[in-house]
Design a binder for this molecule. Structure first.
Ligand SMILES: *Cc1c(COP(=O)(O)O)cnc(C)c1O
Length: 373
C-alpha cells in the first residue's frame, strides 16, 4: 500500500545525517531534535502549540484529558473511522455517540450531529478520513451554538488546507479547539516508528497538556494531575524533521496519483471514485478509496491479491457493530451510509512514489475484473 523503501532512497543521506546528530548528542528523550521538529511543525501548521507524544492514539486521549471531561460526558464522532477514535473516548469513561457519515466524503454528516446532541454532550470529534477534510464550517457552527469542544482527529489529514472564510486557507489540526495527529510510518507524515502530536492555539490548554504528557508534572517531581508517559523519541523527531520539509511535495504527488487513478476509473457503472472538492487542497489522499457498486468487492480484493496488488478494506465493520462498542440502545437503521460503505469500499495503493505505469497496471486490473465478473 505504501513504498517506504523508494521514499527512503530519496532522502537517505539527509535522514542519516539527522539521526547521527541525535546519536552524537546522546539526547534520546526530549532532546533538541524534538524541540526543533516541534517548532518546525508549529510554523508549518501556523499554530501556536504542538505537543509531541508517543503515538496518534495517545494524542487523541491526551487531547480529551486536556478538556477535563467527566465520566459519562458524551462525545460525538463518526461511525466510520479507525477504532482509535472511539477507543480513547471509552477508555476515559466518556460515552461515544456515533453518527452516520456522508456518502460522498465518508466524513461525519453535520446534518445528523444536532439530533445526537443531549445535555451531556461535551465534544465533537470530526475525523478527516482518508485525507478529506470534514465539513468544518458546519461542525464548528453547531459546536458554537451548543457550546461544545471540537477535537480534530487529523491522523489521516496532515497537510490538508481548508478554504474557509474569505478563502483564506487554514491547515487541518488548527480548525477546532485541539487536534491529534499520528506519525505512524504509513501516515502522510510518517516516522520510522511510532509518534504523534497534540495541536492547539489555546495557551492554557497547551500548558495543561504539556504536564499531562509528562506524568502530570509542571515542576519536576511535583505531580499536580494524573498524567501519562507519552513521548516522541529524539530519533523519530530527527526523521520527521527531514520528512516535514517534503510533506507538501508528498501530498502533491498523492494528489497527482489520485487524478491519474480517477481519469482511468471514473465513468464506470460499478465504480464511484473519491469525491474531491474543486480547486481546493482539502484532500491529501491518505487513502484512495473506491466504492464498488453492484459487483463483488471481496472477490475484487482476492483478484487483486492474486495479481500481487496490495489493497485494503478500510473499514470492514462499522464501529456501532464492533463488539467493544456495540450499544444495545443503538438502532441499526441509524447508519444506512456506513452499513453500505463497509460492503463497497476498497483502497488501492496510494503513496508519493506511485508511478504512472503502476497506476495504469492497477487500474487495468480493477477494470478487467469488473469486465469478467
Ligand atoms: C492512525 C490513526 C489513529 C491512531 O494513530 P496511531 O499513531 O496509530 O496511534 C487515530 N485515528 C485515525 C483516524 C487514524 O488513522
Amino acid at each position: 500500500m505504501v513504498d517506504l523503501k523508494s521514499q527512503y532512497a530519496f532522502i537517505r543521506n539527509e535522514v542519516q545525517a539527522s539521526i547521527e546528530e541525535v546519536l552524537d548528542t546522546t539526547s534520546y528523550i526530549n532532546g533538541p531534535a524534538v524541540k526543533s521538529f516541534q517548532e518546525d511543525l508549529q510554523e508549518y501548521l501556523g499554530v501556536k502549540h504542538v505537543i509531541p507524544c508517543a503515538n496518534g492514539t495517545d494524542a487523541l486521549q491526551i487531547a480529551l484529558m486536556g478538556l477535563k471531561l467527566k465520566p459519562g460526558d458524551e462525545v460525538i464522532t463518526a461511525d466510520f473511522t479507525f477504532a482509535a477514535t472511539v477507543e480513547v473516548i471509552s477508555l476515559l469513561q466518556l460515552k461515544p455517540v456515533l453518527v452516520d457519515v456522508d456518502s460522498k466524503t465518508f466524513n461525519i454528516d453535520p446534518a445528523l450531529i444536532e439530533a445526537a446532541i443531549t445535555p451531556k454532550t461535551k465534544a465533537i470529534i470530526p475525523v478527516h478520513l482518508f485525507g478529506q477534510i470534514a465539513d468544518m464550517d458546519a461542525i464548528n457552527s453547531i459546536a458554537k451554538k451548543h457550546n461544545l469542544y471540537v477535537v480534530e482527529d487529523n491522523a489521516q489529514g496532515i497537510g490538508a488546507r481548508y478554504g474557509s472564510v474569505n478563502d483564506i486557507k487554514t491547515m487541518t489540526g488548527t480548525l477546532g479547539h485541539v487536534a491529534a495527529t499520528s506519525f505512524f510510518p504509513s501516515k502522510n507524515l510518517g516516522a520510522y516508528g511510532d509518534g504523534g502530536a497534540i495541536i492547539t492555539n489555546d495557551d492554557d490548554l497547551a500548558h495543561f497538556i504539556r504536564g499531562i504528557v509528562n506524568h502530570g508534572m509542571y515542576e519536576r517531581y511535583y505531580h499536580d494531575v494524573v498524567g501519562v508517559n507519552s513521548r516522541l523519541d529524539s530519533i523519530q523527531a530527527a526523521v520527521l524533521k527531514v520528512k516535514l520539509k517534503y510533506l507538501d511535495f508528498y501530498n502533491e504527488r498523492r494528489k497527482e496519483a489520485s487524478i491519474r487513478y480517477t481519469n482511468l476509473l471514473s465513468n464506470h457503472p460499478n465504480i464511484i471514485t473519491p469525491h474531491r472538492k474543486l480547486a481546493c487542497d482539502s484532500h491529501v489522499f491518505h487513502q484512495y478509496t473506491l466504492r464498488i457498486i453492484n459487483a463483488d468487492r471481496d472477490a475484487l480484493v482476492a483478484y487483486l491479491n492474486t495479481h500481487d496488488i496490495p489493497c485494503g478494506v478500510y473499514y470492514p465493520v462499522p464501529l456501532h457493530r464492533q463488539k467493544a462498542y456495540a450499544d444495545p440502545e443503538v438502532n441499526e437503521a441509524s447508519f444506512p451510509v456506513t452499513n453500505q460503505l463497509v460492503k463497497e469500499v476498497i483502497s488501492l495503493p496510494m503513496h508519493s512514489e506511485l508511478t504512472t505505469d503502476q497506476i495504469a497496471f492497477i487500474s487495468g486490473k480493477v477494470l478487467s475484473f469488473l469486465k469478467e465478473n
